[in-house]
Structures are given as C-alpha cells and as structure tokens.
Design a protein around this ligand. Sequence first.
Ligand SMILES: Cc1cc2nc3c(=O)[nH]c(=O)nc-3n(C[C@H](O)[C@H](O)[C@H](O)COP(=O)(O)O)c2cc1C
Length: 205
Amino acid sequence: MEFDLSALDAKETYRLLTSCIVPRPIAWVTTIGENGVYNAAPFSYFTGVSIEPPLILFAVERRNGEKKDTVINIEKNKDFVVNLVTSTNVEQMNVTSKDFRENEDELAFAGLTPMASKVVQSPSIKESPLHMECKLDQIIEIGSSPHSLVIGEVITVTVDDELVEDGRIIMDQLHAVGRMGGKWYTNTNQLFELPRLDWRKTEIK
Ligand SMILES: Cc1cc2nc3c(=O)[nH]c(=O)nc-3n(C[C@H](O)[C@H](O)[C@H](O)COP(=O)(O)O)c2cc1C
C-alpha cells in the first residue's frame, strides 16, 4: 500500500507518521507558569540533536491557534526540565497531557511531587528517576501549522543512585516507556545488546 501524503489531511498525516516513527521517546517537560504555578506535559516529537553543546529539541503544535502553556512558560523563564517517563509513572504522565487551564497546578492534579532542581528554576518530578535540566537555546517556528521547535541545552542530569553503576546508567533497570502510534506505548523490558562492528577490522567478502 502506498500513502500519498499530498492526498491526506492533517489528521491522517499525523496518524500515519506517528505510526511510522516508532518507538518515540517522551519528553515529560516541567516548567513554571504565571504566579509560580507548576506545569507538566508530555511531548513525543522529541530527540537529542547535538553533543557540543548538548542540545535536545521537542516540537509543540498550536492548540486552537494558541501557543501551549509549556512554550509560553519557556519563552518567559528560559528554562525547563525533561523528566523520564517509566512504567511506574506512565499513567501520571498521561494525566498531565490533559488540557488544563493555565493557573491549574498540573503536578498536584496528577498526584506528582515537585522537587527543586539543581540549576534551573523549573521543578523536577520526584516520581521520575531521571531529569535533564535545560536552559533555552532557541525556539524556531516551523510550518504553516505552525509548530514551535523548542531547543534546549542540557546543563545537568540527575539520576537515582541505584540506576547508576561505574558512572553509567543501567539501561535494563530504567524501564523507560516509548510511544507508538495511536493509543499504543511500549515498555523497554526486553533489551538486547548489539555491539558496534569495527568496520576497519571486518573483512568484506
Ligand atoms: C504521550 C504524549 C505525547 C505528546 N506529544 C506531543 C507533542 O510532541 N507535541 C505536542 O504539541 N503535543 C503533544 N502531546 C499533547 C500535549 O501533551 C498536550 O497538548 C498538553 O496539554 C500540553 O500541555 P501545556 O498546555 O501545559 O503545554 C502529547 C500527549 C501525549 C499523551
């Protein structure tokens, strides 16, 4: 079957591409809004893009033509935290995707505990074992929809001690959750190792 994207409307295109680009990591982003109210929301248009400097980005669409609170808050305060979504906090992540009014405390509503972050003003979520504290690098508006590409520089990463061994994060203990198409998610409890080949030593037959 061939899908010609020029024949699809925006909703169909979204459905198709979010079923093709899988599994996607989820940036569970915490920010501070008006009057110091805490905000949390998941974004799965998310990836890391560079190491020097260490930049990550996520893309936020408009809601009824208006910028979402996460973007408004980051534009104002210039920082945010990306919290890891795991099999133990995934239900709470889902609650924070609800369309809240801007002065509602989304963490409290989802039964989550805000923790002071190390270097940014935005809070970290205690129920998440890994936090990337980011300062805003830039926001680029793309497309006619449009989407805000939020690019942040990771300043500090905090990880629960039991998930670190010899300075490395223990991959098969993280229980990170990824997003698939539609209502589907995936656990990461069946990891396998695949060492990189050293092509200089590999004979080509
Ligand atoms: C798993 C998941 C991933 C999501 N990914 C995105 C995304 O990449 N971009 C986006 O604009 N909205 C995404 N959403 C919807 C936002 O989380 C939702 O609109 C949220 O209410 C925005 O909150 P805010 O207004 O506090 O910023 C996602 C929702 C879920 C459940």
